[in-house]
Design a protein around this ligand. Structure first.
Ligand SMILES: Cc1cc2nc3c(=O)[nH]c(=O)nc-3n(C[C@H](O)[C@H](O)[C@H](O)COP(=O)(O)OP(=O)(O)OC[C@H]3O[C@@H](n4cnc5c(N)ncnc54)[C@H](O)[C@@H]3O)c2cc1C
Ligand code: FES
Length: 282
């Protein structure tokens, strides 16, 4: 009997259809399952991740960086070269086969975002899971208020997702602001950490939800800055990273107090994080 999406524990082969170079460290892989039936039945939500493997190179969790409605029949994974698996992926080209299992994890609460102004704050590869939410919102534009995207990179050369950012800022009611830690010749944009951009945008915290994803220090300071601006803790949503093995709540490798990031997260509200001891955000 052919295996289908109804068996999310089983790795399924997927073919790389295209590779988009985002910067020197990040590539977006556009994939489709080799089995057309699996590809047609695959369903996921923004914020969920896949366990990705390359033979002999290990397995790692990677967020899906596309929205189902925006890229039907395709799965996008935006991958920063970090270690064994991700370096092996960066060597792969169009046509190569990798294995995917999932989708796993708690997704962004899309229904809670309806009718709200949305503030996305991303740093580096952290824009990947937010990209899935942004694509989803833009595919159903009328259901959401103003969209503000704040994105920080180390240098102008490190700015990833340039093509997406250029498209998004053409959309009605969408504002994109970029900042870099260290400027390079020719850069005339903002310099400084991402939370500083919050001072440059009009915010209405009571009518908004903030979605934050990036390196731990960026998340820590952004969450504090959003609270200082008047955002309620349940209106601030972020994602956590932990090293994972099983991805499905069995091995406890990803534990965080009494939670397992792979099944209770990776998406958490600040209100939820307040009840946990999150070392990197303390
Ligand atoms: C839910 C989730 C979603 C993610 N989404 C993305 C994404 O969209 N894109 C992306 O690029 N990355 C993403 N990541 C991060 C990615 O899974 C990690 O960077 C992963 O370690 C890469 O695997 P690797 O084999 O390439 O690197 P590894 O070989 O695992 O090495 C990565 C780094 O971790 C260190 N390390 C390895 N094992 C351990 C350990 N047991 N304890 C402590 N440190 C260790 C290594 O020294 C190295 O610095 C996500 C992680 C999670 C949890
Ligand atoms: S990775 Fe195994 S329990 Fe979370």
């Amino acid at each position: 009997m052919p295996h289908t999406q109804s068996d999310p524990y089983l790795p399924q082969p997927a073919r790389i259809l295209r590779v988009i170079g985002e910067n020197s460290q990040i590539k977006t892989f556009v994939l489709a399952f080799t089995d057309p039936a699996v590809n047609a039945s695959f369903r996921y939500q923004p914020g969920q991740f896949l366990m990705v493997s390359v033979p002999h190179c290990g397995e790692a969790p990677i967020s899906i960086s596309s929205a189902q409605q925006a890229t039907p029949g395709e799965i996008h994974l935006s991958v920063r070269r970090a270690g064994k698996l991700t370096s092996a992926m960066h060597l792969l080209a169009e046509g190569a086969i990798i294995a995917l299992r999932g989708p796993y994890g708690r997704f962004f609460p899309m229904s809670d975002l309806c009718g709200k102004n949305l503030l996305f704050v991303g740093g580096g590869i952290g824009l990947a899971p937010l990209r899935a939410v942004i694509q989803s919102c833009l595919a159903d534009r009328g259901r959401f208020g103003a969209i503000t995207i704040l994105y920080g990179s180390r240098t102008p050369s490190d700015i990833a997702f340039r093509a997406d950012l250029a498209c998004w800022e053409q959309e009605a009611g969408v504002q994109c602001l970029l900042t870099v830690d260290t400027p390079e010749p020719g850069w005339s944009g903002a310099v400084g950490v991402v939370p500083k951009l919050l001072d440059q945008v009009a915010l209405d915290p009571a009518a908004s939800k903030a979605l934050v994803c990036g390196p731990p220090l960026m998340i820590k300071f952004t969450l504090a800055a959003l609270s200082a601006k008047g955002f309620a803790d349940q209106d601030i949503i972020t994602t956590l990273e932990r090293h994972m093995k099983c991805g499905v709540g069995l091995c406890r490798h990803c534990h965080l107090d009494n939670k397992l990031v792979c099944v209770d997260g990776p998406v958490f509200t600040k209100a939820e994080l307040n009840t946990l001891h999150v070392m990197e955000l303390a």
